[in-house]
Design a protein around this ligand. Sequence first.
Ligand code: HEC
Ligand code: HEC
Length: 159
Amino acid sequence: MKNQLKLSMAVLAACVTFSAIAADAPKSMRGLDVAAPDPVAADKAYVGARPGTQKPIARTFSTQPPVIPHSIENFDEINLETNQCMDCHSAATYQKKKAPKIGDSHFVARDGAKLDEGSAARYNCTQCHVPQVDAPPLVDNAFQGDVKKADAKKPVKKN
Ligand code: HEC
Ligand code: HEC
């Protein structure tokens, strides 16, 4: 008898807990029910105009690949034959094009050897450098990077 009472108490407790969870069903960050399929995200236009018409965007932390401040929509896609980014950013062209030269770390081979031109491992620029869209953060946050260090023109030296 005692055991039966214990069992029914446990069942009752489980029911109460379950209905409490159901009433406060978890939602995804976009406000949808977690079980609902994610809708296709709306296409957002990249911000930024022609290169040479805007300032670099402040870096958020010291080892961040700087984000691309200018539009890249009219450039050809990077492939085996062409890399338009290098028309302006390579060691050979950057001065003439008044563009920042690719980072110092791009002139280092995998074995640590110094290179005269960018390493092939850095060929796919947009794998690390991304253009900008106007997208507010999904959740409020108070993130602060080491902005001061990160904004130093040259990559930060290790202390
Ligand atoms: C026509 C020349 C040109 C081309 C092509 C070009 N850029 Fe740029 N880029 C610039 C100039 C000039 C700046 C300086 C900021 C500005 O004026 O937009 C710049 C800035 C940048 C920066 C910011 C650097 C920093 O220190 O913050 C990045 C990253 C960058 N470009 C990456 C790219 C990538 C990746 C591509 C190819 C998809 C590319 N650029 C193609 C001229 C060019
Ligand atoms: C593996 C990631 C990666 C790839 C690929 C890459 N970069 Fe970078 N880039 C970085 C990082 C990280 C920095 C920050 C400075 C550094 O490490 O040299 C940087 C810095 C830069 C800068 C600013 C240089 C400065 O003086 O601070 C330019 C311009 C740039 N990259 C252009 C390019 C272009 C153009 C390509 C393609 C040919 C490219 N990057 C490929 C990660 C990358």
